[in-house]
Design a protein. Structure first.
Lengths: 352, 342
């Protein structure tokens, strides 16, 4: 069943240099129990996309479109309604575990506050529940450690605490924004493993945001790849990792230094830099860096081509042989997403 | 073989910290770098890898004289840098340069790219003609893949990867003979990381400089290093030729680091997960385990590891390891040479 359905979502920011469109019309759905990865480089719009859904955009930001959570549009909710959804139904984990905990409060205070507020538990019950959660994320001696302050925890432990806090109210959806990026590789793999286990134990849906495809290979069911504010490819984990279609996805995969491969002389790199969102190139946003750029890529932006839940925003033919329509045959592309397929990407897909 | 340009001998750095309240203050010492020795030749790259808190950045700073070591020597071209006075050390810095981790924060936001790159020239050659400085600056920009016409732009007009190129150009402008790169790609996107690693590799080949490349991830240093040193709690666990280390790590900790590298392949990643064994965090620096400092996280530990400190010793292959069991453990990584895992 569909838990969250996002359609036509746009996010923009008013800046002194002009209006920046951070997210330029995106559609996706998250099924119950599914883990969706949203992958992209800095500036791709992946974090702002979820910030918009959670109603947490900065003051100069605005969003339009729909984000229906169990049929209710989060974008139309009053702050009070949103507050009751956030934390209880949807929990979010931020990138930096150092700065997302309050240094003045003990872990106990910060954790019990959440459940006392949302579930009306008494302090003692809340404490027991919090200790349980800390145990679930494998904090040693949770009864002791819950009395400590954040600075007494290491980086990896703090991120575990953040995950435990996210899980306190048993949310239906957990959004994790680069949960392991600020951590050491050894701790990164422990956190990934933990998220993977939680996903198996609970029926929670997870949205994982990351710039590192390799980090999510193990635990995601489906992947959306974003570039410069638009989705460029979407498919099951197997599709994206074994049969990537879009040159950007292929480039990202090839840039990962791998220890399980023979050493080549040079690492594959995607040339150039992501475009400035205020000075986007005409046509395809990736064309300046694309190894397979064609004449038509300069003239018109490619549209979403779908092939049974699998989509790519590129003129190159999909592996199944389906070719993108010629630019001339399409309606004039507006700033809005050119909808080749208005159905949600997840239709007919489900969890793998 | 030629003589090494840099010879670090038993280098140690410790930091003082205080515990307890104002009245019962107790001094405690943290051993951030604890007896590191290695040699480096011109044109060679040493990768240094370890988790945060392993002392790799402290080591870099001690080599460059930015921190005072508590013990040991840093022999640069036969001269002990730790005994030099400030002015003499300042002069040596022409030859010893560093590239920092955070490409944006390490550049002055109020200086143009050109000024940032040229600043070392002004400092060391105040009489150099303006035209000559500008010519050199433009040449450096071209060399690191920036457009010379971006010379008057400010750091905020560049992306993270481009800022790191500016940092590299600045470090190379004085023709140094040793460059230490302290996690130069950790803050960059994956696709840009590869650009910077390739750039550093090319530049080193072209200029013949000695390079120390610090990272927390073994996969990142593999492409650029000739030898790799793995650090843990201020000590070297292993120093091996690259070809040996990635096929058959000698130290269990090296093996653990290799297994925590993510693989962009769902099936292999799930399989690799089952093999990984490293749990928990590095112990607090105040409570260093007795015996081998890694023994409490090591699945291969024997009684001896809890009591005896293993010395860093040379194996037949010429690689160095600090593990009592190095001879009888086979930690070979399957598939590293054949192309697939398992």
């Amino acid at each position: 069943m569909t838990l969250l359905e996002v359609s036509g979502l746009e996010v923009h920011f008013d800046t002194p240099e002009g209006v920046v469109k951070a997210v330029n019309g995106i559609d996706f759905a998250v099924q119950e129990g599914e883990t969706l990865a949203i992958v992209g480089e800095s500036g791709a719009g992946k974090s702002q996309l979820v910030m918009a859904i959670m109603g947490l955009l900065a003051e100069n930001g605005g969003a339009s479109g729909k984000a229906e959570f169990r049929g209710r549009d989060l974008m139309q909710m009053t702050p009070k309604e949103l507050n009751s959804v956030r934390g209880r139904n949807i929990a979010m984990i931020f990138q930096d575990p150092m700065t997302s905990l309050n240094p003045y409060l003990t872990i106990e205070k910060q954790m019990t506050e959440v459940v006392m507020h949302h579930q009306g538990l008494r302090r003692e019950e809340a404490r027991g529940h919090a200790v349980e959660m800390l145990r679930a994320v494998r904090i040693p001696d949770p009864e002791e450690r819950i009395r400590q302050y954040p600075h007494e925890y290491s980086g990896g432990m703090r991120q575990r605490v953040m995950i435990a806090m996210g899980l306190l109210c048993q949310p239906d959806l957990l959004i994790a924004d680069e949960p392991s990026t600020a951590l050491d590789v050894t701790i990164q793999s422990q956190i990934t493993q933990l998220v993977g286990e939680l996903r198996e134990k609970t029926n929670m849906s997870i949205i994982l945001i990351t710039h590192d495809l390799a980090a999510v290979a193990e635990i995601c069911d489906r992947v959306i790849v974003m570039y410069a504010g638009v989705a460029v490819e979407c498919g099951s984990a197997e599709d994206i990792f074994y049969r990537p279609q879009h040159p950007y996805t292929r480039g990202l995969l090839a840039s990962v230094p791998r220890l399980d491969r023979v050493l080549d002389d040079d690492l594959h790199a995607i040339p150039g830099n992501p475009p400035n969102l205020l000075e986007l190139p005409s046509g395809c946003r990736f064309r300046d860096r694309c190894s397979e750029v064609m004449d038509k890529c300069v003239k018109k932006p490619p549209v979403w081509v779908s092939d049974g839940g699998r989509m790519s925003r590129c003129f190159l033919p999909m592996e199944g042989g389906k070719v993108a329509p010629e630019p001339g045959s399409q309606k004039e592309p507006s700033n809005h997403l050119d909808e080749a397929n208005p159905a949600s990407p997840a239709d007919g897909e489900g969890a793998v | 073989m030629t003589k090494p340009v840099l010879r670090v001998q038993d280098l140690a750095v410790r930091f003082k910290s205080f515990s307890g309240g104002l009245l019962q203050r107790k001094e405690r010492w943290i051993r951030a770098v604890d007896g590191i020795s290695f040699e480096l030749h011109s044109g060679e790259t040493l990768g240094i890898v370890g988790e945060s808190g392993s002392g790799k950045s402290t080591l870099a700073r001690a080599i460059l004289g930015l921190l005072k070591p508590s013990r040991g020597r840093v022999m640069w071209l036969g001269e002990d840098l730790t005994t030099l006075d400030e002015e003499a050390m300042r002069q040596r810095r022409k030859e010893l340069q560093i590239v920092f981790q955070d490409p944006v924060a390490s550049l002055n936001p109020r200086m143009t790219a050109g000024d940032i790159i040229a600043e070392p020239l002004w400092t060391f050659y105040p009489n150099m003609a303006r035209l000559q400085v500008e010519e050199r600056t433009r040449g450096m920009m071209k060399m690191v893949g920036l457009l010379p016409n971006q010379i008057n732009r400010y750091p905020h007009e560049f992306s993270g990867g481009q800022c790191q190129r500016i940092g590299i150009a600045r470090s190379l402008v004085l023709n140094p003979r040793l460059v230490i790169c302290d996690e130069p790609v950790s803050a960059l996107d994956v696709s840009i990381q590869a650009q910077i690693i390739n750039l550093l590799k090319d530049l080193q080949k072209k200029l013949g400089i000695a390079l120390i490349f610090i990272a927390h991830d073994l996969s990142v240093v593999r492409h650029i290093s000739d030898r790799v040193m793995v650090m843990y709690m201020g000590q070297a666990m292993e120093v091996s030729q690259k070809t040996d280390l990635y096929l058959r790590p000698l130290h269990p900790y090296t093996n653990a680091l290799m297994k925590s590298v993510a693989i962009p392949d769902p099936k292999l990643a799930r399989q690799a997960r089952q093999d990984s064994w490293l749990t928990g965090d590095m112990p607090s620096p105040y409570m260093r385990p007795k015996g081998c400092i890694f023994h409490d996280r090591c699945p291969y530990r024997v009684k001896r590891c809890e009591a005896d400190v293993p010395a860093l010793r040379r194996m037949e292959s010429g690689d160095w390891v600090a593990c009592h069991r190095a001879e009888d453990l086979d930690l070979s990584i399957q598939g590293a040479s054949t192309g697939s895992l398992g």
